[in-house]
Design a protein around this ligand. Structure first.
Ligand SMILES: [Ca+2]
Length: 583
């Protein structure tokens, strides 16, 4: 591993900047990356502009005054490895990507539907309210229907049909697809995401990752929480091999054994790590009465304390294990929901939602305390729809209404997410965007926010930057027909597990207001007009055969063009037809 750090002195206004950059060499594949390029500033602006909490909670009024100047730093960063980009003028906000696990579109007091729903009155997320008041709310933000596909798209900018990590990952060379009587499932990338240059792991996707590019361009990159990229024992299981400088509690698994410090977060003994579900790296909290979400937040802030000392902007990937199962109470909030008469499972779940929101608020307070608010972008997102097929209180498949179904489903309940972006001085406060976007769009968007314009990736990036939407300065109209000509594609040639509406072996395309769901086993095609029928209760395929044919062709062409895999029939061994082969 070779590393040569040079320094370039430049002038910004009356200030001299000493900007180091790497001349040659970064990490070897599969090694913990140590190559490093530095430059820029972080944390500009006067401290404590604040989120106007007292004024906003429960009122929706905005008094934050978050109009901060984005710091401009001049630097030069060139890299000798694949994926290292080159930038000459960097605009460098800090970036906080706050990703929640399994949080549904309605699991919040912020309304994402056109009208307020009972869920918005049930859940308490005052800090999300503050964030929405300070930034832009997206009502049609999509992810994949389960964890690993979304997280791989987020880190690579690739659509799931292209990266092939189409179901969730855990063990090396082992698929989690449930057995099926009629279908055999393809050899999808069960070993998950691996770093660029790592060609030794079969059945994996190799990519230049988002944190790798940010790090190569001068960001301190911090991973906190759930990783869930590479299978156990592969390089990609460790976030440090994917471009993160710091890893707090991330490994191969996609869930925690327990949220409770009293239970050592799922580890058998204090100070131990119990595979696969024991959360690693938080040994100092073992045995304590503390919730995992809170412990992660404390550790994230400690990492930010260290990051602030190095004078570089930070990328904090705050990736909560919450609100994924097991449903366990956060006792700071649980009693309120129990007293309100919720079932045990739902009281626990609601306490986990509020716990997550408290973490968001704690981090927002941290930014305020340290004068970082004005120069920090916050992106809030979930990785798939809210769990509704099993494990919850009440009727299954109803927890995301008016969206149909939940996690694991091709219907909106499985893929539509609560999303908010605040970017002081750039995004107009309290705006709403009803245009659709998808998880792989975060990759080019975040790089653009970081001022990284020229970069190379070993993979083809499918995502499209939504920065221009963020800069629109006004809300879009919720009721008018979509003019978006872009295709969004979901590809799930797998079998998740629980049964339910929209849960199965499917590929799906959205174009404008139309959405087509293709079922590989049955050959069935469903067509919905999402604007008129957000609940996907009226399959209008028979009324619009021309639309069905057109979307089937677009979907089939796309899947073939990216080398997507498909299931085959047990009876014949033949592959199931592509959507446009099945008339
Ligand atoms: Ca998830």
């Amino acid at each position: 591993m070779n590393k040569l750090i040079l320094h370039k002195t430049t002038r910004l206004g009356h200030r001299l900047l000493r900007t180091p950059f790497i001349a040659a060499g970064l990490s070897d594949a599969g090694c913990r990356a140590t190559g490093w390029i530095s430059g820029g500033l972080c944390g500009a602006g006067s401290p404590g502009t604040g989120w106007g909490k007292a004024a906003i909670v429960g009122t929706g009024l905005l008094k934050t005054g978050l109009l901060g100047a984005v710091v401009l730093a001049t630097g030069l960063a060139t890299g000798g490895c694949s994926g290292a980009g080159e930038t000459k003028t960097l605009s460098r906000p800090n970036i906080l990507l706050f990703l929640v696990d399994d949080m549904g579109w309605q699991d919040t007091s912020v309304p994402f539907h056109t009208e307020r729903t009972p869920f918005n009155d049930l859940y308490r997320t005052p800090n999300m309210e503050l964030l929405a008041a300070a930034g832009m709310k997206f009502t049609q933000a999509y992810a994949c229907s389960v964890c690993s596909p979304t997280r791989t798209s987020l880190m690579t900018g690739m659509n799931a049909a292209r990266h092939g990590v189409t179901n969730w990952t855990l063990y090396h060379n082992q698929s989690v697809d449930r057995p099926d009587d009629l279908l055999d499932f393809p050899l999808w990338n069960v070993n998950g995401l691996q770093p660029a240059g790592c060609d030794s792991v079969e059945r994996s996707v190799v990519a230049t990752t988002l944190p790798q590019l940010l790090r190569a361009n001068g960001y301190t990159t911090i991973h906190c929480g759930k990783a869930h990229w590479g299978a156990v024992g592969t390089p990609g299981a460790d976030p440090l091999n994917l471009g993160f400088e710091v890893n707090i509690a991330g490994h191969a698994a996609g869930g925690p054994g327990s949220y409770l410090g009293e239970k050592n977060f799922g580890n058998a003994e204090r100070g131990s790590h119990t595979l696969p579900w024991g959360v690693p790296g938080l040994e100092k909290y073992h045995g304590d009465t503390i919730n995992l979400t809170h412990a992660l937040t404390l550790e994230a802030m400690a990492a930010l304390d260290r990051a602030r000392e190095n004078g570089k902007p930070f990328f904090l990937y705050m990736s909560h294990y919450a609100v994924h199962v097991p449903l366990e109470p956060d006792h700071r909030f649980y009693a309120r929901y129990k007293a309100a008469g919720l079932s045990e499972a739902e009281a626990r779940y609601a306490s986990m939602v509020e716990s997550m929101d408290q973490s968001l608020g704690d981090l927002m307070d941290y930014l305020d305390r340290h004068g970082l608010t004005e120069n920090t972008v916050i992106l809030f997102m979930s990785d798939n729809g809210g769990l509704s097929a099993e494990g919850r209180g009440g009727e299954p498949h109803t927890h995301n209404l008016p969206l149909h179904s939940g996690k694991g489903s091709a219907y909106e309940g499985g893929i539509r997410e609560p999303m908010i972006v605040s970017w002081p001085g750039k995004v107009k406060p309290a705006t709403v965007c009803h245009d659709y976007l998808i998880i792989e769009d975060f990759f080019p968007t975040i790089l653009e926010m970081a001022g990284i314009k020229k970069y190379k990736t070993v993979q083809k990036v499918d995502g499209k930057s939504f920065v221009s939407r963020l800069l629109e300065k006004k809300s879009t109209d919720a009721g008018s027909p979509s003019s978006d000509e872009r295709d969004l594609v979901w590809h799930f040639p797998n079998k998740w597990g629980p049964a339910g509406p929209g849960i199965g072996t499917t590929s799906t395309i959205r174009h404008g207001d139309w959405k087509l769901v293709y079922w590989y086993c049955e050959g069935k095609k469903e067509l919905f007009n999402i604007r008129e029928d957000i609940g996907e209760l009226n399959d209008v395929a028979s009324l619009h055969p021309d639309v069905v044919a057109g979307l089937s062709a677009r979907l089939g062409n796309h899947l073939r063009s990216v080398g997507a895999l498909r299931p085959s029939f047990k009876s014949s061994g033949s592959p199931a037809p592509w959507p446009d082969e099945n008339k």
